[in-house]
Design a protein around this ligand. Structure first.
Ligand SMILES: [Zn+2]
Length: 336
């Protein structure tokens, strides 16, 4: 186990954006009782196993600064602290297998960690035997591997093509897709077993079902890649018949709910504003119980809504009423 792991602070005064909403919303998403001091969520990512350690002792984390390293997921600014110092502290609430969807818990490409895998292979479930390094420094030595069964290995399209090519050169290219550095030796040992033992035929990776967590993740992705989403779904090609969109009752309800925030502010965190950058205009995000709204101000105000009642669908909104709503939400975010 590596000594340091990315860790996320979830507290009344700090709610990671990918969790969306207020502290109470974030605790509900993670099935935690709201604690006044909040939680530190340690994301443990070892070989093929992921786990989270939840601790109510947030002091070690509050003293550190975010430190995003190559290979980390870009969607959360990770702080790093030594996990061993936490394991023995009285604040540990529990250890859970897997990561919550909000923090990138979906299956990802086992090789390059692309969050949208396209293929599933049946391959070896590998246990890598590790030993102490020779001089007691540096990473552990790989003593050997044991194949203990079969498991699903998910891959993205690009890694799938390298696996299908099945040549020594394509294996080298696969190694290089891990990131700036080659994969750690224990990981390479597991990959080699996969390379030798996997079934050649892969099956398409099905998308997991739509949930509130998936909606919040998509809202986060739209906010962080606004220009790309806007280019993929040009609002100029959408026919607007009026506002609110008359053909979609769920959209009306979401926009109405967002409007009520202007008179009756929601808990801290449910409305957020992001200043303009070189890449994107000022953006606003608001979340409700079953909807998320992401909008841009600037020269051409427009918004996308995501609804739990209509999964996987972007609902665009643009026009005077949308502009007024987005400006109001931005003001609200700045004043809270
Ligand atoms: Zn990949």
């Amino acid at each position: 186990m590596r000594e340091e792991h990315p860790v996320v602070l979830i507290a009344p005064d700090h709610i990671p954006e990918e969790l969306g909403g207020s502290y109470a919303d974030a605790c509900r998403a993670l099935e935690l009782e709201p604690e006044p001091g909040g939680y530190a969520v340690y994301l443990i990512d070892e070989l093929n196993t992921r786990a989270i350690l939840v601790s109510a002792d947030t002091a070690p984390l509050r003293e550190t600064k975010p430190d995003l390293r190559p290979g980390d997921h870009a969607w959360f600014a990770a702080n790093r602290v030594a996990i061993m110092s936490v394991l023995t502290s009285p604040g540990v609430v529990g250890l859970r297998l897997g990561w919550p969807v909000e923090l990138g818990g979906d299956p990802r490409c086992q090789f390059c960690r692309d969050p949208e895998p396209a293929w599933v292979y049946e391959g070896a479930d590998v246990r890598v035997r590790l030993g102490k390094p020779l001089l007691d420094i540096g990473p552990p030595d790989v003593l050997g591997t044991d194949v203990v069964g079969v498991m699903d290995w998910t891959t993205c399209q690009a890694c799938h093509e390298l696996i299908q090519a099945s040549e020594p050169a394509s294996y080298q290219q696969l190694l290089q897709r891990y990131g700036d550095e080659l994969p750690p030796m224990p990981l390479q040992a597991a990959w080699r077993e996969f390379w030798i033992n996997h079934r050649r035929r892969a099956r398409p990776c099905l998308r997991p079902p739509w949930t509130a967590a998936r909606r919040r993740r998509m809202a986060h992705d739209i906010r962080t890649h606004w220009t790309d989403w806007r280019a993929r779904f040009p609002l100029d090609q959408v026919t607007f018949t009026g506002e609110p969109l008359p053909e979609l009752a769920g959209m009306d309800a979401a926009l109405d709910a967002a409007r009520t925030y202007l008179d009756d502010p929601p808990p801290f965190g449910r409305v957020r504003a992001y200043p303009a950058t070189d890449a994107a205009p000022e953006l606003v995000r608001a979340d409700g119980n079953d909807w998320s709204l992401i909008g841009a101000l600037g020269d051409d105000p427009a918004a996308f809504a995501l609804l739990d009642s209509a999964p996987e669908t972007l609902h665009p909104a643009r026009g005077p009423q949308t502009t007024i709503l987005l400006r109001g939400l931005a003001l609200l975010a700045h004043s809270s």
